[in-house]
Write a protein that binds this ligand. Structure first.
Ligand code: BGC
Ligand code: BGC
Length: 654
């Protein structure tokens, strides 16, 4: 194309800047469009906003770290920089391999259980902690991380909050703070220290299988949520920060995870530096200012380079310009994807600035290789000390050296806190605030609760489907309500509301009935998925779920009014389903408290309205299956009907 392009090919980089700018001006390109024409994966820290660290330098902590570093062997230091998965390590391994952290992956649970009993989680936490403290040499206590991404979702009985996309619809940062606090309380019950949350992705393409982990496509909304959820989990910087009842949080996935081409999971985010900063980077400054202690690097690439190797973004931007002084952690074997790297060998990722590599299964070989690389100078002692300093700084701020073992910390072993009434009420409030009313023809909603109600659709009585991925297992699953001793299905909530008001309820997944109902509430939607498995080719709901439309159509032809409750981890093209419904509610992935749906769609017998809709779309709703960044969505971002304001035109809030 342009002569500029050619001049680069012929050695344009050597040209004086003034001359380049003259050419740029002559051919009418601005410097920003030059960056687009020649995408670079090297960031310039000077164009990122300078963030002031919320932590005053603590001479006491740094001196303590100096003393520890002076005593630690290379092996002890390398150990701190590695995290193993609990399924692949035993407490006794820590004697020879003094690792800094363990995690349980989405499918891992202690001692090889598929779903460990609660007491096993806590006793495993004690065993690892005790082993880390008991070793000879400089004993640094270990921390345990878990993906508590919508409540303490890996363990049975926990409160499952709506996924992030639903929380985005509430536009309520204070709710995030309360959810963070409740989640931390539940995690402490089973002895973990750290959650790999919040996800701060600003998803730009709903084909991405992780769209539901993103609060919104709107960077400003994600930026206001980041500090709130982080302060809920960790406490606010100042007295009480990381005190009793608090855990470590993670801002993830740095950076650009939500911007990949075609929404491909772990793909390439091809955007200018300005867009990377202003869209995907928007939440990171606020997260750091709120004191987030760890940042997880993204599997994705920026302009063709894997983030796990991007020193300019990790070291210069994140640690330098954004003043992040905590731990930069890698993703699950994320370093493997760098050129020349394997699970057990990747100095490039560490040298790019990742302080702790997540090496779930190959941690032992990685340890051996890293010790060798430090001794050979491939990894410098300075870089090693810098990483270990950050890890120790976080552990000291967290008070780990003075905390008792996990089971003796306040709240530990208090299994009644999992799914406590207070937490479930909070989750139900979140469900109420997150539902978005997209259609309400003839003001059919709110329904009289004393009616004859048919509840139909495959997802009506399925708590697993309500919860989506990252629930009990990595991918989540549907069809097992007994796995949720502290949960209620959408049908369960409707039954209680209707029967209390003197109405009748029938459940039939295919919509058949004996006695003709006054109204049908049809619950349909996506089946659970996580990460890459959730990527889709286009946004058509019915292509993958051909059973829903015939069900709606049968009811419509029998002239039964239909209220559709739609469960999904993203906005989908549902025009046929909307056309076949009198009312249509986007319910996202509401989690364990299905009763929140009945709270909104029914009115008590006395005719008053108990709760109005408050949710507004955190993502635009598509007008066609292929649309991604549409100029004319069916419903724009911010849209949501209210009972009090039934006209669509009144319902886009700024
Ligand atoms: C995900 C992370 C998660 C990690 C540990 C990875 O596959 O990308 O979000 O924290 O696994 O489960
Ligand atoms: C783990 C997840 C992890 C994923 C990465 C799964 O086996 O359970 O935690 O995120 O692998 O591919």
């Amino acid at each position: 194309m342009s002569s500029l392009h050619e001049c680069r090919l012929t050695g344009g980089y050597d040209w004086p800047l003034a001359r380049l700018l003259a050419i740029v001006t002559a051919i009418g390109l601005t410097p920003a469009s030059v960056a687009e024409a020649n995408p670079s994966s090297v960031a310039d820290p000077a164009v990122w906003p300078a963030v002031a660290s919320p932590f005053a330098p603590s001479a006491e902590i740094e001196a303590r770290i100096d003393r520890l570093l002076a005593r630690m062997s290379v092996e002890e230091k390398v150990g701190q920089t590695i995290m193993a998965d609990v399924a692949s390590i035993k407490p006794s391994d820590l004697a020879a391999y003094p690792l800094g952290a363990i995690l349980n992956g989405g499918d891992s649970s202690p001692r090889g259980f598929e779903q460990a009993p609660l007491s096993e989680w806590l006793s495993a936490a004690d065993a690892f902690y005790t082993a880390s403290r008991a070793r000879r040499g400089t004993a640094i206590p270990i921390i345990w991380g878990t993906d508590a991404v919508h409540g303490h979702n890996r363990v049975r009985g926990a409160t499952i909050f709506p996924h992030n996309i639903a929380l985005g619809a509430t536009h309520d940062p204070d709710l995030m703070r309360r959810i963070g606090t409740a989640t931390a309380e539940e995690v402490i019950v089973t002895g973990q220290d750290w959650t790999f949350a919040p996800t701060l992705a600003v998803a730009q393409n709903a084909r991405w299988g992780r769209t539901y982990e993103s609060y919104s496509a709107d960077p400003a909304l994600v930026a206001t949520y980041a500090p709130a959820i982080i302060e809920g989990l960790q406490g606010s910087v100042g007295p009480g920060f990381l005190g009793d009842g608090r855990i470590l949080a993670t801002a993830k996935h740095f950076i650009g995870d939500g911007g990949t081409v075609d929404g491909q999971d772990q793909g390439d985010t091809r955007v200018s530096q300005a867009d990377l900063r202003d869209i995907h980077g928007a939440p990171y400054g606020p997260a750091i200012q709120a004191g987030v202690q760890t940042v997880m690097v993204s599997y994705s690439s920026w302009n063709g380079q894997k983030m796990h190797g991007n020193a300019s973004l990790i070291t210069e931007v994140l640690k330098g310009r954004l003043a992040f002084d905590g731990i930069v952690v890698g993703d699950w074997n994320g370093h493997v994807q760098l050129p020349g790297c394997s699970k057990s060998d990747c100095p490039t990722a560490f040298n790019a600035g990742i302080d702790m590599l997540m090496a779930p299964d190959a941690w032992k070989e990685l340890f051996v290789n890293m010790v060798r690389q430090v001794n050979s100078g491939e990894i410098s002692k300075t870089r090693l000390d810098e990483a270990v300093r950050r890890i120790l700084r976080v552990k000291l701020r967290y008070g780990l050296f003075i905390k008792p073992k996990p089971s003796e910390r306040p709240g530990a072993g208090d299994y009644g806190l999992l799914g406590s009434t207070a937490h479930r009420n909070l989750a139900r409030e979140a469900v109420r605030k997150s539902l978005v009313l997209l259609k309400n023809d003839g003001a059919i909603l709110p329904l009289p609760a004393n009616a004859k109600v048919l509840v139909a659709g495959g997802a009506a009585d399925d708590i697993g489907a309500q919860c989506g991925g990252w629930t009990l297992s990595w991918q989540g699953s549907s069809g097992h309500n007994s796995d949720f001793p502290n949960g209620e299905s959408i049908f369960g909530g409707i039954r209680n509301a209707v029967e209390d008001a003197g109405g009748t309820v029938a459940l039939s997944s295919d919509g058949s009935f004996v006695e003709r109902p006054d109204v049908a509430v049809v619950v349909i939607g996506e089946q659970p998925y996580a990460e890459t498995k959730g990527d889709i080719r286009d946004l058509s709901y019915s292509r993958a779920h051909s059973e829903s439309l015939p069900l709606l159509d049968r009811l419509k032809r029998q002239e039964i009014p239909v209220v559709t409750v739609f469960l999904s981890g993203r906005p989908l093209w549902t025009t046929p389903e909307i056309d076949h419904s009198n009312a249509f509610v986007a319910a996202w992935l509401p989690g364990s408290e299905g009763a929140g749906i009945a709270d909104l769609i029914f009115r008590p017998g006395d005719g008053t309205v108990a709760n109005d809709f408050a949710g507004r779309l955190p993502f635009a709703w598509p007008r066609s299956p292929t649309a991604s960044a549409e100029s004319q969505p069916l419903f724009p971002l911010g849209f949501g009907l209210r009972y009090a304001r039934p006209h669509p035109a009144q319902n886009v809030d700024e």
